[in-house]
Design a protein around this ligand. Structure first.
Ligand code: ADP
Ligand code: MG
Length: 728
């Protein structure tokens, strides 16, 4: 069977685990070597050009002088060619959630039989890929297919190495001929700008005149699975859908809790090390790696960066991991739920705001109770989450994440905030009046005097909360592992912009011309308690996995949008349209297009899964079950012929036959359900798919998994959970 072949191959292949050796390739020398970084720019660009470019990157000033773009392009090209580049590409992030690229050679024939290498400012700034085959959700009909890529100078260009050359990669936005966003980067940049404009008003009120801009910062913790690549070849579901659609529960899963932070297997560690080396070269500040809770599950996290760069880097991280895994005979599974019954994968989106002078606006300091600026920003975030929980919810909605959210390992679909004991206490004081004290962290009593004193954190951790304050940032934990973090951060930035705007407007009005600290403090004191009273329903410090919380949340009136189809209509709801258009993050048409795209994507993903299941059922599982049925029938006949009682064997045959019959019926049912005609209305189709196809998939899986536990092991064609998760 393909399964036996896979295991045989794994047992006999030797992998070169020494493809990167940090004893010779030193970290410091690797970092950023493939990036057209500030340092490279400084060395290679004429001073005025360098200054103009930096002004754009750091302050957001628009690049208007075409001569600047020409000079940058020329320097980029020379630098890239020195690194072996033959081509350049505009890399963009269409609504598929992946990245897209079309390569152009630097080569230009001279007309006299030779060629020169060329790269103009115009080519750097704008590209025109044929956009007709990307999802646009109705924004762009195929007859007006023009789409443009536009250089994003705030995300540095870099070199993508290939075994026999290299490509200069230029991060870009992707917009339609009418200027509408066809991608995930444009709205993110708009939302960062919205937040900066609002946040700087508060920063100014506090007398900070140096800061010109506020950046949102993000550090995404990325979870993923690595399993042997041979299993992929033997599992059409993994290959097509990134997750297993069949698979009986193994005797051992994650119940021993021996995997989390456990020793990293050697081949996996070698693969991680190479991934990290690649990422270092690309300037991605990777920081941590560890085993996650489920068998064969791992996590990688970088140091935070501004959200735009963090988003680009996370896309690149997923790409590097996928490609590098192959070199080690592994496959990197980024799906939210590759295996039923054990933990799925998410992406913890650590988020904060920082001035361009480097001040983290969510840093509470040692005595948060008298850190008025921190309290203002923190309350703004609480208000935003309380006011727009459904928008956060829909920003993490997908067919894949539906298998994870609300299961006993990931936060529930109910959005709430965890503040931790210290901050919770301060907010309670604030609600009643002026906060007077901070519960001190102090030191832990470990009880062994040889140990150094361990300072205690201000609050304990709560893994069950979808949105938690963790020291000096908020952590949005409901994001799926395969997501672009662009979407969730666009929403987060926008809802917080609105809150900050609300607070800034009230404070500015209250203080008027009185710039004194006392006046400002009084205005804050008058304003924040009311906001907290209104918003505190979203604060919850208990166990988010518990049934009690579901009941309590309902009492509090918190929305519980259980799945993607329930969540999607929020995108085009009146309050959402008002919010996003007010801050110029999405136009109404852009929102409608996303509503359509996400609906269509849901239908397509589930349809592909259902069709894959049907095909596996018919061509892999049923044939194995029938072979086994034949063997048992033969045995029963032989037993009878020998004159021995075959009662027990006959019962077994009967049960097997009945299960096979049910399995065949369920296959036909699913086949029928998935192949009904679609209405053409994307949302109606999504709803129909959820209600008619998903339940049939569950039925078929249950029967298939039952057969796996009955059919003779040597006839079973699919690698089992035991094998995929534990053969390393
Ligand atoms: P933990 O969640 O385990 O406390 P860390 O402190 O290591 O973990 O942080 C997890 C992630 O949060 C890292 O990617 C880290 O860089 C990021 N992070 C830390 N500070 C900020 C910040 N101010 N803004 C955004 N992300 C941050
Ligand atoms: Mg964390």
């Amino acid at each position: 069977t393909p399964r036996q072949a896979a295991i045989q191959a794994i047992a006999t292949t030797e992998y070169d685990l020494n493809q990167i050796d940090f004893r010779t390739a030193h970290l410091k020398e690797l970092f950023g070597t493939l990036v057209f970084s500030e340092e490279v720019q400084k060395q290679r660009l004429p001073k005025p050009v360098f200054k103009a470019l930096q002004k754009t990157i750091k302050q957001g000033a628009q690049l208007t002088d075409p001569a600047v773009a020409d000079a940058v392009a020329s320097a980029m090209k020379d630098w890239a060619i020195e690194h072996g580049a033959t081509h350049f590409t505009h890399l963009f992030q269409p609504m598929t959630g992946l990245t897209a690229e079309k390569h152009d050679s630097f080569l230009a024939p001279t007309g006299t039989g030779s060629a020169v290498s060329e790269f103009s400012g115009k080519e750097l700034v704008k590209g025109e890929p044929d956009a007709s085959s990307f999802p646009s959700g109705g924004i762009r009909a195929t007859f007006e297919a023009r789409g443009y890529t536009g250089w994003d100078p705030t995300s540095p260009a870099y070199i993508r190495e290939a075994p026999n050359g290299a490509t200069l990669v230029i991060p870009t936005v992707f917009v339609s001929w009418t200027g509408e966003a066809l991608d995930k980067k444009t709205p993110l940049l708009r939302s960062m700008e919205a937040l900066s404009q609002q946040a700087i008003r508060i920063v100014k009120l506090f007398g900070n005149t140096e800061a010109k801009k506020v950046f949102t910062t993000v550090g995404p913790e990325q979870e993923y699975f690595l399993i042997d690549k041979n299993f992929l070849y033997a599992r059409p579901d993994l290959l097509n859908c990134g997750r297993t659609l069949f698979g009986a529960k193994p005797a051992k899963g994650q119940e021993l809790e021996d995997q989390y932070f456990g020793t990293i297997p050697e081949r996996v560690l070698a693969c991680m090390a190479e991934c990290e080396a690649e990422m270092f070269k690309l300037g991605i500040p990777v920081k941590t790696r560890h085993n996650e809770v489920a068998p064969s599950q791992y996590e990688i996290a970088p140091i935070f960066e501004d959200s735009n760069l963090a988003t680009d880097h996370n896309q690149l991280t997923m790409d590097v991991m996928r490609r590098t895994a192959e070199k080690y005979g592994l496959v990197c599974l980024l799906h939210e739920k590759p295996f039923a019954g054990i933990n799925g994968s998410g992406k913890h989106n650590n988020w904060s705001m920082s001035t361009d002078t480097g001040e983290n606006l969510l840093n509470p300091g040692d005595t948060p109770h008298d850190n008025a600026q921190f309290l203002v920003f923190c309350v703004a975030v609480i208000r935003a989450v309380a006011k727009y929980p459904e928008l956060l919810r829909v920003s993490v909605a997908s067919a894949g994440n539906d298998h994870r959210l609300g299961a006993n390992e990931a936060p529930p679909a109910i959005i709430s905030i965890f503040l931790g004991a210290q901050l919770q206490d301060i907010m309670e004081q604030l609600e009643k009046g002026k906060p007077e004290k901070t519960i001190p962290g102090g030191f832990m009593e470990v009880g062994a005097s040889v140990l150094p004193k361990l300072p205690r954190d201000a609050g304990d951790r709560n893994r069950t909360s979808p949105f938690a304050f963790t020291g000096n940032k908020f952590e949005f934990r409901a994001v799926g592992s395969s997501f672009s973090i662009g979407g969730p951060n666009t929403v987060l930035n926008t809802i917080v912009s609105e809150s900050i705007d609300f607070i800034a407007t009230a404070l500015e009005k209250a203080v008027g011309d009185d710039k004194s600290e006392a006046r400002l403090n009084k205005a804050i004191q008058d304003l924040l308690p009311g906001i907290l009273k209104e918003s505190k329903k979203v604060v919850f410090n208990g166990d988010g996995y518990s049934d009690e919380w579901h009941k309590e949340a309902e009492k509090r009136g918190l929305p519980n949008l259980k799945n993607t189809v329930d969540a999607l209509p929020v995108i085009v709801r009146k309050d959402a349209v008002e919010l996003f258009t007010k801050y110029k993050v999405f136009t109404e048409r852009e929102l409608t297009s996303r509503y359509n795209i996400f609906s269509e994507k849901y239908v397509k993903e589930v349809t592909i899964e259902a069709n894959t299941m049907v095909s596996m059922a018919k061509t892999l599982i049923l044939p194995a079950a029938l072979r086994y049925q034949g063997e048992v029938a033969t045995a029963v006949n032989a037993t009878k012929a020998a004159g021995v009682d075959a009662g027990a064997q006959l019962d077994h045959l009967k049960e097997l036959t009945a299960t096979i019959a049910k399995f065949q019926a369920a296959t036909a049912d699913l086949d029928h359900a998935v192949n009904h005609k679609h209405s053409g209305d994307p949302y109606a189709d999504a709803k129909a798919t959820r209600d008619t196809v998903l339940p049939k998939m569950v039925e078929l899986r249950t029967l298939g998994d039952k057969l796996e536990t009955i059919v003779a092991d040597d006839l079973w064609p699919l690698p089992t959970y035991r094998e995929m998760l534990f053969i390393k």
